[in-house]
Ligand binder design. Structure first.
Ligand code: DON
Length: 355
């Protein structure tokens, strides 16, 4: 049983280019065939994580984010790496237990929670799912986008996502997101009040973005309050080990491998990973996919979470960033881990005999 569904209802409505159509199952989350394979055993993973840390600990390219005053104080030498498998095993090295504010790494998890609550069709229609190819804080992206739709991995789409979180008040939305992000991590996440005050005092760009979205009818709550809740969730404190477990939850079809509690559905996970693949590293997402072959998401405090579907989550933390706002050591270490652990989802080796 299937129905004909438009992948681009917006374009169809405007008489734009012909909409792409696919056969879609009527079941909300029809099970798909999943090909998995485990990570190597914990000791082997630990040795590879240690090698990644040793290889890049002395790289000193990049600069610590300073557009939020409190972030500028971060120690550039901090460097932690963690890998969490879908069976709950965690290998952490270096500063893997150091707490930092999650920043944009919250975006895929927030999207997953809102997608789960509203359904994947509604969030696609109201938020958009196409990459902007522009920086994370681009105002122009909203203006260039069809109908003000960007995607939930950049600030504009993420603020719109926050505005859709269940709850009639800002406090209820905040509670929904904080509790949901905490379920991903498997522990209650605390706020960094100092970073929050610093961001609130310098948040003009995000506030302007929310109002601009309002001009396109693409914000679904009071724009200032939605921006404030968005800012609060970015100030939740996590460690690389937390991020690895949050990633492992997305890798494990939505079940946290340590608490064994379901956070979101399998269908929500794969749609979240699709967004991470196309836009998780903003305008560098193509280069990331080309080099690493896995869905990832970066944040300005220096975190990166990367998902190996069916296998586990990888997380790195190192504050110095490249010009696009992505951790320099984090990108290097993740590439090494992807290669050494054989995680690239685009890689294959021939099974047919070569003549
Ligand atoms: O919206 C902001 O400016 C920050 N709270 C988060 C931005 C961010 O982490 C982008 N990441 N590279």
């Amino acid at each position: 049983m299937s129905e004909r569904t438009s992948l681009d209802e917006e374009a169809a409505g405007r008489g734009g280019s012909a909409p792409l159509t696919v056969q879609e199952s009527t079941a909300a989350d029809a099970p798909v065939q999943v090909s998995t394979g485990d990570l190597p055993d914990l000791q082997e993973v630990l040795e590879i994580v240690e090698a990644a840390h040793r290889s890049y600990a002395r790289v000193d390219d990049g600069v610590v984010a300073d557009y939020i005053p409190a972030l500028a104080q971060a120690n550039p030498d901090l460097f932690g790496i963690a890998v969490a498998g879908v069976h709950g095993q965690v290998a952490g090295v270096g500063d893997s237990k150091h707490e930092f504010t999650i920043q944009s790494v919250a975006k895929p998890f927030q999207f997953a929670l809102v997608c789960e609550a509203l359904g994947h069709r509604e969030v696609r229609q109201r938020l958009g799912v196409n990459a902007t190819g522009l920086p994370f804080d681009s105002v122009m992206a909203v203006e260039l986008a069809t109908d003000g739709l960007t995607n939930p991995m950049v600030n504009s789409g993420a603020i719109a996502t926050t505005s859709l979180a269940p709850g009639r008040t800002a406090d209820l939305k905040w509670r929904f997101l904080r509790e949901g992000l905490s379920r991903f991590a498997g522990r209650e996440l605390e706020l960094d009040e100092e970073v929050l005050e610093s961001e609130r005092a310098t948040n003009g760009r995000n506030e302007a973005m929310a109002r601009l979205l309002g001009g396109h009818s693409r914000i679904y709550f009071d724009p200032d309050e939605a921006t404030d809740v968005y800012t609060r969730q970015g100030c939740l404190l996590v460690t690389a080990e937390d991020l690895a477990l949050m990633g492992a939850t997305l890798a494990d079809g939505g079940v946290n491998p340590v608490t064994q509690r379901r956070v979101v559905s399998e269908g929500t996970c794969r749609r979240t990973l699709a967004l991470m693949l196309t836009a998780g590293l903003y305008e560098r997402s193509g280069e990331w996919l080309y080099e690493i072959g896995l869905p990832g998401k970066s944040g300005v405090s220096g975190g990166i979470v990367t998902i190996a579907p069916g296998k586990g989550g990888l997380a790195t933390f190192s504050p110095p960033l490249d010009a696009a706002g992505n951790s320099v050591r984090g990108q290097l270490a993740t590439k090494l881990l992807s290669e050494a652990l054989g995680l690239d989802i685009l890689a294959s080796s021939a099974v047919a005999e070569v003549r």
